[in-house]
Design a protein around this ligand. Structure first.
Ligand code: GLC
Ligand code: CA
Length: 557
């Protein structure tokens, strides 16, 4: 393999903050920017080098800030521009960088552009959004569904046309075919770069290039179609991204990561080593391995078996090597907690399996992303009542499937408890005080009652904690270039319990073995040679890996 070009964003460890749930500085129950600023030393000590903040812009919060009403304003609940400037200065003073969320597939319906756009058919902002006539019978222009369990079109009485919203009806899709929209977006990006932002995480960026509005295929049992063939991963999307690179991205030294999904082949186009579009993308394939492909999509009892997850992650590793850079993550604000999904959150195994999964994230080839609380081994919320949830996706899904009698409420509640996004949005668990130290007020969403045993303050003191294991892993990644730049080769590809692989660089080789199960598993990879860089067990049993054991050993090749 050719020598991989070095870059700071390849060596970075990114930490995702969901500001609403991170730390509340003023007691209103909602996390805010000053709350982030107050915890910057915690993040520096953890060792992460880049902070990605979910949207902190003005928003009516239909989708917790992913519906933006002013791209250059700070959300009232989160603070002021002065708070932002102070936070950014604090991040830079500690040698860290800030990546912001760029949400430009859609805006809020309360954005002044949309307020204008909906006024009349000849308003100068009409073409900022996607408006279409009804079909002759008055129904929506096509059969597409939104990602939040309803139709993707909303009729606007004022002008008698429908507008497209691939997410909630308060998130109208921007019309990227209009060059004025693109100019507005690029100007806004440059404005934030001018303020010192170090990169962009690009929300559903694979959907900006709508090419046609044809009906899509309907999965049996489903109400709406999937129109992705018309708008996802299109040539038009790639053209816009190359334009964005030319007009903005190429002028700054940024980390860019697209929320794109798709196949490795598509990733190679978005994140090619030739630097024509983005640095890397987020793949969804491993998280979708839980999706059993039926009408209910991700809502199911399907587990995350090793064989499926391994095949997917290995394929991404091998296909991208030498062609494109990867991003490595298991959880974020849209996914359940990784220890609950891929490991075990039973008290006996929670910490052990959280460390095993952390080992995977930091030893694969690509930039690791840690989602807030993951470094503590935070678990799913396991809400038992609908009124504990806050997510629009949950409420729309309930309406579409349960209120229509198609799904039994108990099934739905069980699937929510496994998969719903709110599982990852409960407040960060700082300490044992009331509300886990997140707020002195009433938190906007319930705190996970396990904060008495899972919290940052206790874990900082316990040398054997998940938190201290993350610190060690992140330090290793900085000390050993093989973890960043080493080649990747799968091992034991058919093993029923062990996920193993090898990295190689400059005459050294690193062997990683992870027991994915809660049972002891035979493993003949280690013979005592080499240097153990890290393990989640203090001592080992010869010839086996103990439940959820992780081992990383460095040797001369
Ligand atoms: C992305 C975000 C998600 C949001 C959606 C619409 O998938 O990660 O939280 O709901 O886009 O903006
Ligand atoms: Ca607050």
């Amino acid at each position: 393999m050719e020598q991989e070009a070095r870059a700071w964003w390849k060596e970075a460890v990114v930490y995702q903050i969901y500001p609403r749930s991170f730390a509340d500085s003023n007691g209103d129950g909602i996390g805010d920017l000053n709350g982030v600023t107050e915890h910057l030393d915690y993040l520096r000590e953890l060792g992460v080098t880049v902070l990605w903040l979910s949207p902190f812009f003005s928003s009516p919060n239909d989708d917790n800030g992913y519906d933006i009403s002013d791209y250059r304003g700070i959300m009232k609940e989160f603070g002021t521009m002065a708070d932002f400037d102070r936070m950014l200065a604090g991040i830079h003073a500690r040698g860290m960088k800030l990546v912001m969320d760029l949400v430009v597939n859609h805006s809020s319906d309360e954005h002044p552009w949309f307020v204008e756009s909906r006024k009349s058919r000849d308003n100068p902002y009409r073409d900022y959004y996607i408006w279409k006539d009804p079909r002759p019978d008055g129904s929506a222009p096509n059969n597409w569904g939104s990602y939040f369990a309803e139709g993707a079109w909303e009729l606007d009485e004022t002008t008698g046309q429908y507008y497209l919203h691939l997410f909630s009806r308060k998130q109208p899709d921007l019309n990227w075919a209009n060059p004025r929209v693109r100019d507005e977006v690029y100007d806004m990006m440059a404005w934030w770069c001018g303020k010192g932002v170090d990169g962009f995480r690009m929300d559903v960026i694979s959907m900006i290039g709508k090419e046609n509005f044809d009906d899509g295929p309907v999965t049996p049992g489903k109400v709406y179609s999937d129109g992705e063939a018309s708008y996802k991963h299109t040539e038009t999307t790639h053209r816009y991204l190359r334009e964005m690179r030319e007009r903005v991205l190429s002028k700054y030294d940024l980390l860019t990561v697209g929320e794109a999904g798709g196949t490795p082949e598509q990733a190679i186009r978005y994140a090619s080593n030739d630097g024509s579009e983005l640095n890397m993308i987020f793949s969804f394939e491993h998280n979708d391995a839980l999706n059993d492909g039926t009408a209910m999509g991700k809502w199911s009892d399907h587990g995350a078996p090793l064989a499926e997850v391994r095949e997917i992650l290995n394929r991404w590793q091998l296909k991208l090597e030498g062609r494109a850079w990867n991003s490595i993550y298991l959880s974020n604000h849209d996914q359940p907690r990784q220890v609950s999904r891929y490991g075990s959150d039973a008290p006996l195994f929670r910490a052990r399996s959280a460390k095993m999964l952390a080992t995977l994230i930091h030893t694969m080839r690509g930039t690791p992303y840690v989602y807030q609380g993951e470094e503590l081994g935070m678990t799913n919320a396991y809400f038992t009542r609908l009124d504990q949830y806050r997510d629009i996706e949950v409420f729309n899904t309930w309406k579409l499937w349960v209120e229509t009698g198609k799904v039994h409420p108990e099934d739905m509640m069980r699937w929510f408890a496994r998969i719903a996004r709110d599982n990852a949005r409960t407040p960060m668990q700082w300490n044992r005080s009331e509300n886990a130290g997140f707020t002195t007020g009433t938190p906007w969403i319930g705190v996970n009652p396990n904060y008495l045993s899972v919290n940052a303050e206790d874990e900082a003191r316990d040398p054997d904690s998940v938190l201290n294991y993350y610190k060690k892993l992140i330090a290793l990644r900085k000390a050993y270039p093989i973890l960043v730049y080493g080649s990747f080769a799968p091992l034991l590809e058919d093993d029923p319990s062990v996920y193993a692989y090898r990295r190689e660089l400059d005459g050294e080789r690193l062997t990683v073995a992870l027991n994915w199960t809660d049972r002891t598993a035979p493993c003949a990879l280690f013979d005592g040679a080499g240097k153990e860089l890290i393990s989640n067990y203090a001592s080992h049993k010869e010839g086996v890996l103990l439940p959820f054991e992780a081992r990383v050993v460095l040797e001369k090749a």
